[in-house]
Design a protein around this ligand. Structure first.
Ligand SMILES: Nc1ncnc2c1ncn2[C@@H]1O[C@H](COP(=O)(O)OP(=O)(O)OP(=O)(O)O)[C@@H](O)[C@H]1O
Ligand SMILES: [Mg+2]
Length: 331
């Protein structure tokens, strides 16, 4: 028996179950609120993230803290995990993840190490690094929630921000639409709200483009190799697919062989730093001009890819097969 901890009516559960059926594996779903009563002793377990129903980002840090305490409890179970709770927690924090990658010489989108809590501090950091285009990202959010691409034109005194969150009736609301903002007062109010969540500030790296749109990749790396890669084509600077961006088969990009090899090696070197993760979703951009790959983010639970589950479902099938192998080894 293999176990999936997750949510009953979610896509993740539905397609993992399908994969288990296809592989003739016995699997049981355990919902997050049933975990405390369950004894996993000796079993092989995968856990998916809980479904967050909130849209107010001010509540997100509390929700993630709750999730992390559940991960600590899970860690105490005497079972084998597909991904270790401690490692999932480590990469959940964008700052810790980036720091680990950067200090080990992995090519990443460049983080600035200064603490930034106010718009004034943000401006100082941008001035200091001569970086007038930056990304501001809440350290504990995912799926582009709270992410702001911000550009200021010092000579002209004008500013632009792109984001999918809005201030509305005292709440910082996450939406599925990308907004472009130009009014300085509005931008600063929004920035202040986002900065209060605790953020990482990075240099905004221009991305390579295809047919007039910029793109980056979501790579699914598992069991030592890249197993799936989808390009995300976007008119704006934030490429997440739920924001109305377009997935594209990476083969259509006709990338040079050496670029693909560089992506491979980058993922390999990065994932060696997280031995507790058998599975990860890695966001990678190719720098405009040089096509040099840089890691934007590693997501310890970034394995849900619609372009796979609705077709061959190979990512989940491989996981089921690997979990069955792990189970056999224990007997
Ligand atoms: N420094 C950067 N330069 C250029 N583009 C960036 C940079 N950081 C983020 N982006 C863009 O913004 C998107 C969202 O950022 P990121 O992936 O870090 O956050 P997220 O999607 O919330 O996190 P996760 O991938 O863990 O869910 C990226 O997919 C990428 O398109
Ligand atoms: Mg991402």
């Amino acid at each position: 028996m293999i176990y999936l901890i997750g949510t009953k009516d979610s896509r993740r559960t539905e397609y993992f179950k399908k994969a288990a059926d296809d592989c003739h594996a016995e699997m049981e779903l355990v919902e997050w609120d049933e975990v405390a009563d369950k004894d996993f002793g000796g079993a092989v377990v995968k856990f998916d993230p809980p479904s967050y129903t909130i849209s107010n980002l001010y509540e997100m840090n509390g929700q993630v803290a709750l999730y992390c305490s559940r991960l600590h409890e899970l860690e105490q179970e005497g079972c084998t995990f597909l991904n270790m709770p401690a490692d999932v927690e480590m990469v959940l924090d964008k700052r810790r993840c980036k720091q680990r990658l950067a200090e080990n010489g992995i090519a990443v989108t460049q983080p600035f190490t200064e603490t930034v809590c106010t718009v004034e501090q943000l401006k100082e950091v941008m001035e200091k690094h001569r970086a007038f285009s930056v990304f501001i990202k809440p350290v504990l959010c995912s799926g582009a929630a709270g992410v702001v691409a911000y550009r200021s034109f010092p000579g002209k005194g004008t500013e632009i921000a792109y984001t999918s969150c809005r201030l509305f009736q005292g709440e910082l609301v996450n939406t599925k639409t990308l907004y472009r903002m130009e009014k300085q007062e509005e931008i600063h109010l929004l920035l202040q709200a986002v900065l209060s969540l605790g953020v990482i500030v990075e240099r905004w790296h221009p991305k390579a483009s295809f047919l007039g749109r910029s793109y980056d990749f979501r790579v699914v790396w598992q069991f030592g190799k890249i197993r799936f890669m989808v390009a995300r084509l976007s008119k704006g600077p934030i490429t997440n697919l739920h924001l109305n961006n377009s997935p594209l088969d990476w083969k259509k990009l006709n990338l040079p062989e050496h670029t693909l090899e560089e992506i491979n090696q980058l993922c390999d070197r990065a994932m060696k730093l997280f031995p507790g993760l058998s599975v990860a979703g890695i966001d990678i951009l190719l720098e405009k001009g040089t096509l040099r790959p840089k890691i934007i983010e590693i997501n310890g639970q970034g394995d849900l890819i619609y372009q796979d589950i609705f077709y061959d479902n190979i990512i989940y099938k491989q996981q089921v097969e690997e979990m069955m192998r792990m189970e056999l080894l224990q007997k």
